[in-house]
Design a binder for this molecule. Sequence first.
Ligand code: HSE
Length: 297
Amino acid sequence: VSRQFQVTVPCSTSNLGAGFDCVGLALNRYITATMEPGGDQLHVVRKGTLVELPDAGDDIVARLLRSRNIYGKLTIDSTIPIGKGLGSSAAAAVAGLALAALVNDKNFDVDVALDAATALEGHPDNAAPSIVGGLVAVITDGMRHRSIRLKLSDKIGFVFAAPHSSVSTKAARNALPSQVLHSDATRTIARSVALIEGLADGDPELLRIGFSDDLHVPYRIGMIPGGGHALSAALEAGAWAATISGSGSGLIAACERGSEEHIVAAMASAFESATAHPALALVMQPDFEGVRTEKSA
Ligand code: HSE
């Protein structure tokens, strides 16, 4: 048996309402990339949700390994829904960087990896939680990105529901205005404080305020078929707060632990009656580990 190197990286939900472009939470769906080095070509096998992607030649993990002259057999398997707002491409970028470091026996430095993943993929608010796990804020300081681990109460349950269709991050970013009102910006700063405190304490009222947003949600919710209905359904079913996960098409809701199944079923059923297509319904657990690596001789 040849040497084998493996990395596993969690997905993430980002924004959480008022934490637009700077708050992310790692969740328990994963991409796993396994490499058996050898030869002078890279053979790529994609499994799980990655099978639905069109071009294996353009795979982000494969591109990264080729750019580092790493060849052999690469198997990438993912349970992360694609194009649904769970940071699947940021997780893939992190997996590629971690795998390259592991194969080359290099140290995987968290700060260097965050800058590199952002350069590759563009979304540090997804890359940071995928790297370190847990709830993270990202601050862009000049050219560098810094991640700050934040406290997360274990009183909060998280559910994710998505319609059949996906939203491209590019389209969701193009939907944003180039300027916002000063009053909207200042309200968002206060809400983001409520968000951080609400997540730390599991405070339903602060979470409701913190999950509300004027900077991106109003411009994007219309791109999600049944999105408005599913948000209302979450709150009617007893969720403390609900908003778009990343740039969609999925929604993330925070609720009392134990009520997850009921809430996610209500959200999925709202999507299904609005779209006449099956919806995705996932009860999620935070992932506090981030990247894990394994090698066998
Ligand atoms: N914060 C980014 C956005 C995440 O909402 O556009 C994209 O995955």
